[in-house]
Design a protein around this ligand. Structure first.
Ligand SMILES: NC(=O)c1ccc[n+]([C@@H]2O[C@H](COP(=O)([O-])OP(=O)(O)OC[C@H]3O[C@@H](n4cnc5c(N)ncnc54)[C@H](OP(=O)(O)O)[C@@H]3O)[C@@H](O)[C@H]2O)c1
Length: 237
């Protein structure tokens, strides 16, 4: 039996890319997964494609992560449904502007800060308070290798991920006394719809999900704080 069997996991951005592959492998490992996505069409396709064998392991909602009330409601409903929250995975994210900072629109910057930074922080607060009551938990934030180096044309996205990176480091210190582990994941290039075009030389979402599932299985006495994974072709570090 997997160590993830019967764990309750909250997962954002399950309708595409890394989140979709993670959902599939977590269900195969016997975890209960409360997941969300934004697109109703993609959510329907996703749920129709899941093995019916897993139907008792899932709880899902479809909403935009800019809506704080929906986030709070989702965390509460997932907790009510499964009775506990062992792991939170803040995976959803986007890059809607690849201009230089001199060309970056305020609207695009606000949106990336809302989805890539504000939403995960709300999730960390809501799920974190449940984990503090449990005196146990694991929070995983999918950041990006852009937090570790500077790249032209990624200023807005980098700032939003770096803001979450900074908040995650503070949160790790604040919650460790409550036996909550906090893992920051820094992927390099991954070939998903996040990208403007296909990148077959990059990591696959399945490879990233595989690495992450192994990390989630790490003995709870081990504080695995950071995980960096890049495709072998990447040289920008
Ligand atoms: N791909 C890469 O090269 C790469 C590298 C480093 C880090 N990352 C990070 O990895 C994470 C997953 O990315 P991915 O590559 O799997 O991207 P993806 O295939 O584009 O998937 C992104 C997910 O986030 C959800 N999402 C986006 N905006 C949302 C919103 N406003 N409200 C609710 N959900 C929203 C999407 O939902 P819908 O599809 O339903 O809209 C989708 O499920 C992101 O945080 C990304 O920044 C990716």
């Amino acid at each position: 039996m997997s160590s993830l069997s019967h764990k309750t996991i909250l997962l954002t951005g399950a309708t595409s890319g890394i989140g979709k592959e993670l959902l599939i492998v977590l269900l195969e490992q016997g975890a209960n997964v409360a997941f969300c996505g934004r697109s109703p069409e993609k959510m329907e396709v996703l749920k129709n494609g899941l093995n019916q064998f897993h139907s008792t392991q899932i709880y899902s909602e479809t909403f935009c992560l800019s809506d704080e009330h929906r986030i709070i409601g989702f965390v509460k409903a997932a907790h009510d449904h499964f009775g506990k929250i062992d792991i939170l995975i803040n995976n959803a994210g986007l890059n809607n502007n690849r201009n230089t900072l001199t060309q970056l629109s305020t609207t695009d910057l606000d949106w990336m800060m809302t989805i890539n930074f504000r939403a995960p922080v709300i999730f960390m607060r809501e799920a974190g308070n449940i984990m503090i009551a449990q005196q146990e938990g694991l929070v995983v934030n999918i950041l990006s290798s852009v937090c570790l180096f500077s790249n032209e044309g990624l200023g807005g996205y980098t700032a939003s991920k770096a803001a979450l990176d900074a908040a995650t480091k503070v949160y790790r210190k604040e919650t460790r006394k409550h036996n909550i582990r906090v893992l920051s994941v820094y992927p390099g290039g991954v070939d998903t719809p996040f990208r403007t075009g296909e990148r077959p030389e990059y990591l696959t979402a399945k490879q990233v999900a595989g690495v992450m599932v192994n990390a989630l299985k790490t003995d709870s006495a081990v504080a695995l704080d950071e995980l960096v994974l890049r495709p072998m072709v990447e040289r920008n570090f």
